[in-house]
Ligand binder design. Structure first.
Ligand SMILES: [Zn+2]
Length: 276
């Protein structure tokens, strides 16, 4: 283990030692079908989502961590400091809700019965986001078991509404201070340092003819939608602006725009208002 100090070497050994325990824990959590459902008592996003949250909080308490749940929506696991009075901490934000697993997605095993095939785990939510966020929990356990004291308290935040609106985030921020610094493991391996923006736009028209004219001019013209709408934007690092999910009704059109950071949602709105 070249170039690593004693503490770092001990950490790597510890992580290897707890591999089976970590797999067991992750398997338990990916077996819970935490798709959003109708609200139930103390379960604003439905019972399975809350079951996943309760289960992870119990796992963390068994590891010896302080835990707290904000309004049945965001679970906090903390190492260092006082969980009930903590306004300066490192935050690691992830989530325990999953996207609905549909038959037509081509599952060849039950999405809620995890399987290892060719060294990979197959289960709904293993990548997005239960596997990564639980890996952070086991990493925190390794630090704690080795009595490595962090300079700042570390909080792992287990959100439960990432896939259908992130309504849990404002609830958390209304109750707790925001992290001094942090990261989210909710993306692609190994590191992603920025994401593109996404915004939805709606335009209302007072007649069907105006709606049709607009659609003919901008959506089904003899050029790309982006070009027609004066939104042909290419960022050298983040790629092209893209218009997606176009829809029309008698009196409106709507569409989503995925945009690189060289433009903002407000600037895009200015351009759309300029042509409309
Ligand atoms: Zn996610």
């Amino acid at each position: 283990m070249n170039g690593l100090n004693k503490e770092e070497q001990a950490l790597l050994v510890k992580i290897q030692d707890q591999k089976d325990e970590m797999l067991q824990g992750i398997f338990e959590v990916v077996s819970i079908p935490s798709e959003r459902q109708e609200p139930a008592d103390h379960a604003p996003y439905g019972k399975p989502v809350k079951e996943a949250l309760d289960h992870v909080m119990e796992m963390a308490r068994e590891m010896g961590f302080a835990t707290k749940v904000i309004e049945d929506q965001v679970g906090i696991v903390q190492y260092g400091g006082n969980i009930d009075d903590c306004d300066h901490y490192l935050g690691i934000m992830g989530h325990l809700d999953v996207v609905e697993a549909k038959n037509q997605e081509g599952w060849i095993s039950d999405p809620y019965q995890p399987e290892i095939r060719d060294g990979k785990i197959y289960a709904r939510g293993i990548l997005d986001n239960k596997g990564p966020i639980l890996s952070c929990l086991y990493a925190l356990k390794a630090l704690k078991d080795l009595n490595i004291e962090p300079a700042l308290p570390i909080r792992i935040l287990f959100g439960t509404n990432e896939e259908t609106g992130m309504e849990d985030v404002p609830v958390y921020l209304a109750n707790e201070a925001k992290p001094a610094a942090g990261f989210t493991p909710d993306c692609k391996y190994p590191v992603v340092y920025a994401e593109r923006g996404r915004a939805l736009y709606y335009i209302d028209f007072d007649s069907i003819q105006k709606t049709i004219d607009w659609v003919n001019t901008y959506f089904i013209a003899n050029q790309s939608k982006e070009k027609a709408m004066n939104l042909e934007i290419n960022d050298p690092e983040f790629g092209l602006l893209q218009i997606r999910n176009t829809k029309m009704t008698e009196h409106s059109v709507e569409f989503a725009i995925s945009y690189p950071p060289c433009i903002t949602a407000d600037k895009i709105l200015d351009i759309i208002q300029g042509i409309s």
